[in-house]
Design a protein. Sequence first.
Length: 183
Amino acid sequence: MRHKGIDKEQTRQKIHEAASRGFRKHGYAGIGVDGLAKAAGVTSGAFYSHFGSKNAAFEIALAAGLDEVIEAFTQYYLGKPHRNNLECGCAMATLTSEVVRFDAKVHTVYEKKMMTIADRVADGLAGNSDDERRARAWAMLSVLIGGLNVVRAMKNPKVAEEIAETIKTAAIKTAGRTRVKNS
């Protein structure tokens, strides 16, 4: 039975936010369903009705938190302070084009480090296979690295900002959903 004036999606969002805060503050073992429900201002029954279990709520909170990391990283990466600081900025963006002019030894070092970065990014992405996740990681990194260089090359700050916003959106979309790793 639905209560008049109560929006199911709003309630779900309140529980989701409370679970996210509760798990971050106390850890999975440090808070129970009753505590999470109380923080959301709902009953334990309402919590179970929306998420089914504490595990399910944790998985949703974790995935959403990791999605926030991707979004925050892209905001930082294409943000004005990082864009305007070549000497302290990302070596992927400033030095990749230089590697092309070097010998095989430098290419090997570059490739090994970039493979490590791509694999770490891929580990956090959802997907049916390692190859699929790695492909999306490479695509996201390429969008960010290339995009940062294009933005840095723009004279008009308004145009640079417009491109940066487009690249941020593209990188997040390319990365797709994050995944919860079962340990």
